[in-house]
Design a binder for this molecule. Structure first.
Ligand SMILES: [Zn+2]
Length: 919
């Protein structure tokens, strides 16, 4: 509306010539602008009282809940459960997917849901397009946002959905209807889809004038979940910031003057795998309204940052940095930094509250990248003092804590994690600067101030920083400081190649897609009764567990590559579905049973067991003969494998309980139970100290020795959650009825967890326990790797032997009398190496508690002997023991360093100690 200022006769906004300029106050303006101006005055007077984010959110929820009988559903975690199939929760519908796909368990509390409303926490970072780099540069992108939504699951459809939407917008939010545009699906001949005239007519019948109802194609107005599954047309509601007849041309152009504010999806088709569409029996409505965008509309600003979700953060930053305030410009680096720091702190807070921690993989890696980017901007652009970003968490909690209580609950933890990350960032930054210096001086000849992907990979691998790798997300920041261009894309490709190579072994293969499950259900095949996995008994007489070996079952289906077969034959991998089984399917961190399925003429080796929608799939291959659908078969599990898992699983629970007694806010993040060892991941707000490990080890052993009884119970979820001190897993989806596992009864009750695993019946059966490694990175999840049973015994023994040998060796070196020859020393070192090698290959690693004692002996030995020049070079050329003996000439240092590097470094995790030298 600049035209009234320059008094020309050309209206700037529309670029049109107006002869009839009018007077408005002291100015002459065109008629269009007059209209807009009058409207804005009207708006200021009537409609636009300041709307807070809380008011926008709550009005939405109240409207659907109170006026239209919707059930308020809590936002699901930002970290999706395994079967939701996305990286981060990125839309409101993620948690309802099983309802749309019709794969939801009938006992699930949500299976009866008809109408729902909520505000869903969403994160969009990474994926194919790296939009992270865009956040902060414009005025409306975010890594974290809220999606308001209402749903109908086989309940109301288009008419009700549209009329409720219009009612909310015009009566609650009080938006004039002439500021809204409505789009509908205009059909697609190529796909054989007719236009959604029904929706068009509905809008007209609700009083929308026909020049405001516009058709668009597949891209804008047809929604699908993927290549197959539920899909359908959608109708979008757009808000017009300008007003006036010319805005119609701006709908769906991506220009900020006319913005989409609400999308209503009507799921009415199912797309089959061959691409054809069939009508759905039950139709659904899924809608999404971005809270931040709606809030901006309600405050008549086109920037989502000019709202109460961000302004308090900007104020807090300004106050502590003593810099100028946020100016809202897009081409201003300070304003950009303001937006990045505020947005990223919100995202990190929400993720950490949901249990995510910065790390090197998957979502944890994304979180770390976001945090690093936040620190970079806060330090380099805003000169924010160290420790200020964590304090912004309070502002986030103030703004979002009411809607998402988990933020309040974990406020201290969030601050701790961000603070740890900041320390980590500083440390890595210092090392990175040195690495860049070194790298640039040693690559002078390339001189073009460009670092290729290969050079970057070297930096990442730690070539320029004594083996201390620089995380790739640090590189752009360093590149900026050194003004060098970096081939980040090339590096990305190399990293991805590495990862995909790793993932080939790791990816979870889809054995049964939802479609095949549907087919199986359609054939009348009932889910597998796998309750027999719990049918085992302890016989004190022979000190043995008795499993139902040879159990009889019937083959109900055979699958290969997600297709149904009538017979399993040949060397290919098959999945056999049985009517009942005693095999344990991988679940809750405990790996599956192994074993075999036998018939009179077939032997099937079961290498893995997976449970898909209560169907238990025995995966493996025919060793001989064949097995067909309908065959009667006999089942055998490998008992040692199962028993090892049982001991380790119970030991996991004991460790979990003991951790909670010495640390605050312990949260189990995962576990992996195999027959040979188990690992336990957890987070805590307490500092983990070396001496805790010995205490923990002793406490667990004490529980084992006290012979507590272990009981399994089955009860409704709500009832189980009432149990005091019940231990549940973060981000785990529990069914309506759950198993509980209690250790100890009555007054000697030690712990109760929700758990469907298999356990020993008495803690005594675990015999022995030890911790073999504990990663105590201040970032990321803390992980303990542990052993139980005979493996633990052997590891503890190894630790003592090693200690003894090392002490002998120490005495030998220190003795003034040079009676021993270097050959004696070599012999002794060989003895030590023998233990270490044995430990390193199949045998358990030495126990943490003795490891440190041993390590200190080695360090002490090292200090007693002077280093020889040129020794490092010599060391590199030595790679076998034979050569070693030839090369060694009374050089004790050599021996010790070799010992340290070659054996200890790997098996005794000396790396940790070495790395701390850098800090
Ligand atoms: Zn468990």
């Amino acid at each position: 509306m600049k035209c009234f200022k320059d008094l020309s006769c050309v209206c700037n906004r529309y670029g049109l010539y107006f002869s009839n300029m009018m007077k408005f106050g002291d100015h002459r303006i065109c008629s269009n602008c007059l209209k807009a101006l009058q409207l804005s005055v009207y708006r200021k007077q009537h409609v636009r009282k300041k709307w807070t984010s809380t008011a926008v959110r709550q009005s939405f929820i109240d409207f659907f809940c109170q006026n239209h009988d919707h059930k308020v559903i809590k936002s699901s975690s930002i970290i999706p459960t395994k079967n939701q199939g996305t990286y981060f929760t990125n839309a409101g519908m993620n948690q309802f997917k099983p309802i749309f796909l019709d794969t939801i368990d009938k006992s699930h509390p949500m299976s009866e849901l008809r109408r729902a409303v909520n505000s869903q926490k969403c994160v969009r970072v990474g994926g194919k397009h790296n939009d992270l780099e865009d956040v902060g540069k414009d005025l409306f992108h975010h890594t974290f946002f809220e999606m308001l939504g209402n749903w109908s699951f086989g309940d109301y459809f288009k008419m009700e959905a549209c009329s409720m939407a219009l009612e909310l917008l015009t009566t609650v939010y009080k938006i004039p209807i002439n500021r809204l545009y409505f789009t509908y699906f205009g059909g697609d001949e190529g796909q054989g889809l007719v236009a959604d005239m029904e929706t068009r007519d509905i809008w007209l019948s609700l009083g929308v004038s026909d020049d405001r109802v516009l058709p668009f194609g597949m891209k804008d107005n047809f929604w699908d979940m993927g290549d197959s599954g539920p899909c359908g047309p959608c109708t979008e509601i757009h808000y017009d910031y300008i007003g006036g007849p010319n805005s119609v041309r701006l709908v769906n152009t991506g220009l900020p003057e006319v913005l989409e504010i609400w999308n209503l999806v009507f799921m009415q088709y199912n797309r089959r795998t061959d691409g054809t569409l069939e009508p759905l029996n039950r139709v659904h409505v899924d809608t999404g309204m971005g809270l931040e965008r709606m809030l901006a509309v309600m405050n008549n600003t086109s920037s989502t940052y000019n709202t109460d979700l961000f302004i308090p953060m900007f104020n807090a930053i300004q106050k502590s940095c003593n810099i100028r305030g946020y100016g809202g410009k897009t081409d201003d680096p300070i304003d950009t930094a303001y937006r990045i720091v505020a947005d990223h702190t919100r995202m990190a807070s929400v993720c950490i509250a949901d249990g995510l921690l910065p790390g090197t993989r998957d979502q944890g890696h994304k979180l770390r990248s976001v945090l690093f980017r936040c620190f970079h901007q806060s330090k380099r652009m805003l000169q924010m003092p160290h420790g200020l970003v964590p304090s912004l968490v309070d502002v986030v909690v103030q703004s979002l804590g009411e809607a998402f209580p988990e933020l309040q609950e974990h406020r201290l933890k969030i601050k701790d994690v961000i603070s740890d990350s900041e320390d980590h960032y500083e440390k890595v930054f210092r090392i990175g600067v040195k690495a860049f210096d070194k790298c640039l001086s040693s690559n002078k000849d390339t001189a073009s101030r460009h670092l290729t992907d290969k050079i970057l990979m070297d930096i990442v691998d730690g070539k320029y920083s004594d083996g201390y790798g620089i995380p790739s997300e640090m590189l752009p920041h360093l590149g900026e400081i050194y003004s060098v261009s970096l081939d980040i894309q090339g590096l990305q490709q190399i990293v991805e190649q590495h990862q995909s190579k790793e993932q080939v072994e790791k990816t979870e293969k889809v054995y049964l897609s939802p479609e095949t499950v549907k087919e199986i259900v359609g054939m009348g095949i009932t889910p597998t009764d796998d309750s027999f996995k719990y049918t085992y008994q302890y016989h004190s007489k022979d000190n043995m567990y008795d499993f139902p070996q040879g159990m009889k079952a019937v083959v109900s289906a055979i699958v290969k590559d997600d297709h149904l077969f009538s017979e399993a034959v040949g060397k290919d991998e098959f999945g056999i579905l049985l009517n009942k089984t005693m095999f344990y399917g991988e679940c809750g961190g405990q790996i599956a049973d192994k074993g075999c399925i036998k018939t009179n003429n077939g032997f099937f080796y079961v290498r893995d067991v997976q449970i898909v929608n209560k169907y238990v799939l025995h995966i493996g291959n025919m060793e001989s003969g064949s097995i067909s659908v309908g065959d009667s078969v006999f089942l055998h599990i490998y008992e040692d494998h199962r028993l090892g898992c049982m001991k380790n699983h119970t030991a996991t629970h004991i460790l979990n309980g003991c951790l909670r007694k010495i640390y605050d806010n312990v949260r189990q993040e995962g576990s992996r139970v195999s027959p040979h060892k188990f690992s336990f991941d957890f987070s805590t707000t307490s500092q983990m100290k070396q001496e805790d490990l010995t205490t923990l080890q002793d406490n667990v052993q004490q529980i084992i020795n006290s012979g507590l009884i272990i009981c399994r119970g089955l009860q409704p979820l709500d009832q189980a959650l009432q149990i005091s001190n019940i231990i549940t897993m973060a981000n785990e989806e529990y069914p309506s009825h759950v198993y509980t596992v209690s250790i100890g009864r009555g007054c000697s009750e030690f712990s109760t967890e929700l758990c469907g695993g298999t356990h020993v019946t008495n803690t005594k059966d675990i015999e022995s326990f030890c911790i073999t490694s504990a990663s105590m990175s201040p970032l990321g999840i803390k992980r303990m790797t542990c052993l139980s049973g005979t493996q633990a015994k052997k590891a503890i023994e190894n630790g003592f032997i090693l200690e003894k040998y090392l002490q002998e060796f120490e005495a030998m070196i220190k003795s003034e009398a040079q009676t021993d020859t270097w050959l004696d020393r070599v012999k002794h070192i060989n003895k030590i190496q023998q233990v270490l090698l044995e430990v390193n290959s199949s045998r358990p690693v030495a126990v943490v508690s003795t490891r440190d004692k041993n390590l200190s002996i080695v360090v002490c030995l090292n200090e007693n002997i002077e280093l020889d020049d040129g020794f490092e070079a010599e060391l590199k050329s030595v790679d076998s023991d034979v050569k070693l003996k030839k090369k060694v000439k009374k050089n004790c240092t050599f021996l010790i360093i070799t010992l340290k590097r070659k054996a200890l470094e790997k098996s005794v995790a000396i790396c940790e100690k070495l790395q701390s030298v850098f800090s």
